[in-house]
Ligand binder design. Structure first.
Ligand code: NAD
Ligand code: UGA
Length: 463
């Protein structure tokens, strides 16, 4: 039996520890957080995270071998644990050197110093947070300054789960990556973590590498995924000019087994807490290493994403006779993707902010993310109507913009919605999830991403 501690009970720490607890009933897993509200939510019926399947796993393990605790007695928890996962947030640095690009490692460093302060017995420290390559070196320096002679082994075990499918990704991962030092104690630590995952993950899916490859692979994986989205979004702009259809193009290229079909869905842009921050971090590291061409190459992925968002709003303004002032617009979706309540870096909120600049009158509708949206929009929230009911949001509206690919929005009665709107009625499908021909027949002027618009307004452009 091992005592496992996770520091940070967020989108990664909570679900990951719940799945470890489920598959390793022989171990005790404790998760601590400095945010008492978050811990209270984990200990209530209203979990702080909406994630399909999470409630079931938590119900099974909570109080059995999974416990959520505040950091009140962090010293005791650290001393108790043999294995410590660190899953604190590593946002983009907002101040000082590297502001707006480098990773802010203050939470991670604070955690390392706490471990150093309280540990009197050997520990395996696992980097679960996404960190710049060679962070473990700094951690080892901090931890090994201890005068008590305590042995710390720092391991990199980045998380690849995606929100909305976190439980599935944790239960059946494409791979688990574990990086460690090539020393006898480093390799023993790696083997301990391999054994932990081997409780449910097939051995051939557990990859072991050196520490720096593991740290870097996490940033590179996110950069490659985001790059595919920016690539198809770039092509979506060209499709709109040439009457090509981006879905047909994505299918045609995705059937090439060398390219593959995933992450080729054109959209209003990618969001989420990590793609932007991790690419900024990668760009910053490249610059630090004097690799300016490499840095510029990856920066372009972000430039293209901003372009796509801006293009979406500009298209709305232009289409709706160059003025949105005072016009009601119903925004369907606030979450950065479906099946999560997370709104961090959500393109929906970026669109929201830009439409408010245009003085549009906004109604924002989302099944799970309105609380976080309200929080993230801050003072701007006062200017927006929030509603769970899409019919209410659309009533009296000039336009609808689909910003999150919730299945809820595909199942609506669009005839009823059309009848309740101001005409001509516009629909901008930023996720290409609706039946555009059907909407056009109802009477909507329809603007998908990367496809010819279906317009009643102008002759000769009706697909
Ligand atoms: P999060 O903000 O949801 O959770 C981090 C938690 O750590 C917060 O609840 C915060 O209060 C807590 N915390 C910060 N400092 C602490 C301290 N000293 N002691 C105890 N708790 C502390 O963040 P997240 O989305 O879970 O991401 C965590 C890390 O995992 C990041 O590095 C992120 O890049 C990475 N990651 C995230 C995802 C994802 O889907 N969200 C996926 C893979 C990797
Ligand atoms: C992403 C990665 O997929 C995870 O592997 C990684 O662990 C995680 O980041 C992280 O490090 O935080 P996540 O951001 O939760 O996961 O969700 P994704 O499914 O990757 O979607 C990210 C964004 O891209 C969303 O806004 C989504 O709507 C958008 N997207 C995705 C597209 O626009 N088109 C696509 O084809 C796919």
């Amino acid at each position: 039996m091992s005592n496992i501690l996770c520091i940070g009970a967020g989108y990664v720490g909570g679900p990951t520890m719940a799945v470890i607890a489920k598959h390793c009933p022989q171990h005790i897993v404790r998760v601590v957080d400095i945010n008492p509200d978050r811990i209270a939510a984990w200990n209530s019926d209203q979990l702080p995270i909406y994630e399909p399947g999470l409630e079931e796993v938590v119900n099974l393990t909570h109080g059995r071998n999974l416990f959520f605790l505040t950091d009140e007695n962090i010293g005791e928890q650290i001393e108790w644990a043999e294995i410590i996962f660190v899953s604190v947030n590593t946002p983009t640095k907002a101040f000082g050197l590297g502001a707006g690009r480098a990773a802010d490692l203050q939470y991670w460093e604070k955690t390392a110093r706490q471990i150093l302060q309280y540990a009197t017995t050997p520990k395996i420290i696992i980097e679960k947070s996404t960190l710049p390559v060679r962070t473990a070196e700094a951690m080892s320096h901090i931890l090994n300054t201890n005068s008590r002679g305590v042995q710390f082994d720092v391991i990199s075990n980045p998380e690849f789960l995606a929100e909305g499918s976190a439980i599935k990704d944790l239960e059946d991962p494409d791979r688990v990556l574990i990086g460690g030092h090539n020393t006898p104690s480093g390799q023993r630590a790696v083997e301990t973590i391999v054994e932990l995952y081997a409780n449910w993950v097939p051995r051939e899916k557990i990859i072991t590498t050196n520490l720096w490859s593991s740290e870097l692979s996490k940033l590179v994986a996110n950069a490659f995924l985001a790059q595919r989205i920016s690539s198809i979004n770039a092509i979506s702009a060209l499709c709109e000019r040439t009457d090509a259809d981006v879905e047909e193009v994505a299918y045609a290229i995705g059937t090439d087994s060398r390219i593959g079909p995933h992450f080729l869905r054109a959209s209003v842009g990618f969001g989420g807490s990590c793609f932007r921050k991790d690419i900024l971090n990668l760009v910053y590291i490249c610059e630090q290493q004097g690799l300016s061409e490499v840095a510029e190459y990856w920066q372009q992925v972000l430039i293209m994403n901003e372009y796509q968002e801006a293009r979406f709003v500009a298209n709305m303004v232009h289409t709706m006779f160059n003025s949105l002032s005072g016009k009601r617009i119903a925004l369907f979706g606030a979450a950065f993707k479906a099946n999560t309540n997370d709104t961090r870096e959500s393109p929906a909120l970026a669109v929201c902010r830009e439409l408010l600049e245009e003085r549009a009158d906004l109604a924002l509708c989302d099944p799970y993310a309105l609380g976080n949206a309200r929080h993230d929009l801050g003072d701007l929230a006062e200017k927006i109507r929030f509603t769970l009911d899409p019919y209410q949001a659309a009533e009296g509206a000039h336009a609808i913009a689909i910003l999150t690919e919730w299945s809820h929005f595909t199942e609506l009665d669009y005839q009823r919605i059309y009848d309740s709107m101001v005409h001509p009625a516009f629909l901008f499908d930023g996720r290409n999830i609706l039946d555009h021909q059907k909407l056009f027949k109802i009477g909507f002027n329809v603007y998908p991403i990367g496809k010819t618009p279906l317009q009643h307004l102008y002759q000769g452009k009706n697909g």
